[in-house]
Design a protein around this ligand. Structure first.
Ligand code: NAD
Length: 295
């Protein structure tokens, strides 16, 4: 069993660290927030006084932090005390450029590193059913795989450094665009006098079929697990979707890709967020679309 340092014990990191403990690893964690530290402690994580203290003597170092700036700062801070031969894994969703930067920091210290952002949300983190999209050398990926398997059920090697982050933002750009499209279709159906059930029965088995419709339908009463049945409580908050769409647009700009629908989706979620809906599930965007029709 390995000695694991886990930095960032928030909504995702705390249950992920708890699953590593359940798998028999010795986990030493650190977070800036005392509530997060306390929650992790009750689930068997030993709490260190700093990120540096947590990584000292660790075989594996995992970070689960909000954005790229935090990951670069923590990796830079701990690097001088990381044990030779340790494996560095970042599971946060961050920009590809920062991901490549921290891979470089690890390479300079002759450490293996993997970017491994996740999909599956807080429920997936709790139930150890996350999907990991990983980037890095094959050898680093193989070394990381058993640890990722303790926290998830699908582990995909997407390519070299930063490829996990690239897969994550491309996937979530599809998700943001498709959720808006499904919302628009239901609002149009309402205007046409077509029942929700009829649109669902047709589109869910026809060419309009997609995850946003069949697994996460934005109108209530059709898919039991949809946040629409729970007043759009997240789930996956709109602020998170806006963050991922913004990362996709930054990546498009820096690479010269042209993504007009991704851009438009970002604008729509930006307006939704600015109206105070950042904490609403991202499928609640249908309310914004309906309100546009009423103005
Ligand atoms: P969160 O804000 O709940 O947790 C992040 C934690 O990092 C916080 O507890 C914060 O105190 C801690 N932190 C920040 N800077 C730190 C530092 N320097 N040292 C130690 N701790 C520090 O966020 P989350 O929901 O757990 O998300 C984490 C990452 O996972 C994000 O990149 C997010 O985009 C991604 N993600 C989240 C979800 C989700 O549904 N919540 C789903 C997929 C991916």
């Amino acid at each position: 069993m390995a000695a694991i340092a886990f930095i960032g014990l928030g909504n995702m990191g705390e249950p992920m660290a708890a699953n590593l403990v359940k798998a028999g690893h010795r986990v030493v964690g650190f977070d800036l927030v005392s509530e997060s530290r306390d929650a992790a402690k009750t689930n068997g994580v030993t709490i260190a006084g700093s990120a540096r203290a947590a990584v000292t003597n660790a075989d594996v170092i995992i970070t689960m932090l909000p954005i790229g700036r935090h990951v670069v700062s923590v990796w830079t801070d701990v690097m001088p005390v990381v044990t030779r031969g340790a494996l560095m894994i970042d599971c946060s969703t961050i920009d590809v450029e920062s991901a490549r930067r921290v891979h470089m920091l690890a390479a300079r210290a002759s450490l293996h590193s993997v970017d491994a952002p996740v999909s599956g949300g807080v429920a997936g983190a709790r139930d150890a059913t996350l999907t990991f999209m990983a980037g890095g050398e094959v050898e680093s990926f193989e070394a990381a795989k058993p640890f990722l398997e303790a926290m998830g059920k699908k582990i995909i090697h997407c390519g070299r450094d930063g490829a996990g982050q690239a897969a994550k933002i491309c996937n979530n750009m599809i998700l943001g665009v498709s959720m808006i499209a499904v919302g628009e279709a239901f609002v149009l159906a309402e205007k046409l006098g077509l029942s929700r059930q009829a649109l669902f029965d047709v589109a869910s088995t026809a060419s309009g079929q997609c995850w946003s419709l069949t697994s996460y339908c934005p109108v209530p009463g059709l898919v039991p697990t949809s946040p629409a049945n729970n007043d759009y409580k997240p789930g996956f908050a709109s602020a998170m979707m806006l963050k991922d769409l913004t990362l996709a647009q930054e990546a498009a700009k820096s690479t010269g890709a042209v993504t007009p629908l991704g851009q438009h989706a970002q604008d729509i979620y930006k307006a939704f967020d600015a109206a105070g809906n950042g904490g609403v599930d991202f499928s609640g965007i249908i309310r914004h679309i309906r309100a546009l029709a009423e103005n």
